[in-house]
Design a protein around this ligand. Sequence first.
Ligand code: AHR
Length: 779
Amino acid sequence: MRIIVDAAIEKKETKDLFGIFFEDLNHAADGGLYGELVRNRSFEFATVDHPDYHSLTAWEKIEGDGAVKLITETGYPVDSHNPHYLIMDIYKPGLDAGVQNVGWGSGIPLKEGCIYYFTCYARREQDRTEPITVSLRSQSGKVYETSEIIISDTWKKYELQFRSPVTDNSARLAITSKGSGKVYLDFVSLFPADTYKGRKNGVRRDIAELLEQMHPKFMRFPGGCLVHDGSLNPDDRDSMYRWKNTIGPVESRPARRNNWGYNQTLGLGFYELFLLSEDIGAKPLPVIAAGYDPHHKREVPLNEMQPWIDDALDLIEFANGSQETKWGSIRAEMGHPEPFHMEYLGIGNEEVGEGFFERFEIIYHAVRRKHPEIKVIGTSGPNAAGSEFERGWESGRRNGVEFVDEHYYQSPEWFLANHHRYDSYPGDGPKVFLGEYASWGNTWYNALTEASFMTGLERNAHAVGLACYAPLLAHIDYVNWKPDMIWYNNHKSYGTPNYYVQKMFMNHQGKYQLHHEMEDIPDNEILSDTERIAGRIILCDYESEVTYTDITLMNEDTKETMAFEDCRIDLDSGKEIILTETDCQNYTLCLKAVETEGYRGFRIRFGSKDSDNEYCWTLGGWQNQDTFIGEKINGKNSDLSQCLLTVEKNRTYDLRLEVRGRRIKTYVDNALYHDTESKPVIIEPLYFSAQESEKGGLIIKAVNVSEKAVKASICIRGMDALENKELEAVCMEGWEPDAVNSITSPDMVSPGIKKVKVTLPEFQFELPGRSIYIFHTNG
Ligand code: AHR
């Protein structure tokens, strides 16, 4: 095949195309990126965070030869935003009585020779005189380092510094005291001095360096569902993420429930996230909620939107305002007099339904009026297509937002089948912000298919403005969501193959996308039936007791109709009824369905080869709020279409599924819900994209997903200055599709540099099977 890159034909600016998305799930903040080593430092863990949590979670008694009672109370706190504190009541004095913190994962990680900063607030009962002893210890109680503090009877902040004589990844931080009586403790903290860029209240160096090394153009934060799941009152313990709660002195930031089932100290708050963006060279892209919680159907009355408008406007002032402004001065006080140069603002994350969009518009217009310079990002829900996706785009176009946020987590094959998704997107109107996407898995094959898709994002720079893989971080001991780009335990981290693909693309983001044409293209590899969706048709319950009646299946080509007996599926019986197996190209299934017990609805599986390769029409999906068409390939799901629908109990629904080739339409009570196409899975001979770099150099990305090698001749036109220049290549190749990285093999699947002697303007190259090559001129 021959590929002609022509720089003389219209160039599209790629601007800030590839960035990253930080959300605090999988303990991405506390216990992850945030440098704090003490878990539950201010005794605020509670059942609202997690059913197993309490104010002493992660704290243990030490009763060597004394005895101690540990109690938490709220009467006289250091800061009313964090009301709980610990009373260490030593009722039997001894040499070793007190409390220790177990940290995250295996414990507190100490590195030989490294410095650790200890701080805490403490006071004592009036007539107690014994000092407190702070020590770093092993899990079995061996004391590594120790220091004493004489404390007074009013709250005061105490600070110590330790140098660890050992490396121990399961250490403990202990506070003990001789003599009887009560010691009060709050805000007990231990930070390594060696944080990223040595910042106080900083982030873990190894993880931040992995981020920095990607060279992301932007960083989206803080979520995700984290943003919008919570109560509407910012003072509630389970409030939504409100950025004003996350700034100022850490002691005054209120602990909040994290919607992923744990506690967030908010120590890594908006200030730190802006700073981290700056430190890693990424533009900050904050996302705020719009007074609408789709998880609990909470919405702010429309006439009470002012605080939400203020949150948006004040945030812009906090990020960009001068030191003379109210919020700009708070930023300056926190240590950053210069503005953070925020350009982007996301309003909402994945919300669906009219209620959200009414509220979105109120905030959006207020931002638009006061800050026309800010590029606003609207949302199109959690799915790649369907009526809510369309609603988001319609709102975006009507309101003139700069970007619409799309999210999808799909099978690797979906990414291959939908490589041309953005070819037909218009170049005018809002651009796509692909704010969350990933194929299901962290294998080399996942990464390879994502790389092929990313060349499509680049090629369509006219329509796609920003894109970031999700989620970013996961602690191997606290997993909410898989796959994730970077994994870590309490002391080591590693990038997945997906990370290295992202990194390669970000390290070689050009300034302009160049036009290319392909000639003499070999045939595609076809991995699925291109004509039909054939297989078994299976009726199922969906955590419900269901009766199906009036069931018919018509072959639309022969008009032959089969009728089936009525059937009932009991609640939790797990029973499913295989109606038949069809290899028709065009067929219509009609049936009536009623749910008599349960709370969700119906599932009709079709085109089923086996339970890992099939389609499913779900009615009463996510919290019984939607219907979707799912496609499963090799056990990995993709949502092809989503619409709102709540299944009511004891109501009979008239359902119709029409399959015409690979097009799927569904009707409920004769109203069209889904109209979607399952694109056949094909592997193209080569996925390709070319850019001009900032300095006028050339970048060529070539991805071969097939296991067979492919030969290509690449011809560059319109870049005369590059005549006879040599190209280097960075590449990934040579692993089995299921290869992964791990804590013990952190970079088994990672790029290598190749000195390939290819000269411009035309060169031949053979790309090995399953490989990614990025050729580039130096500079
Ligand atoms: O990335 C994980 C979650 O997926 C995000 O919080 C949410 O936006 C999406 O549903």
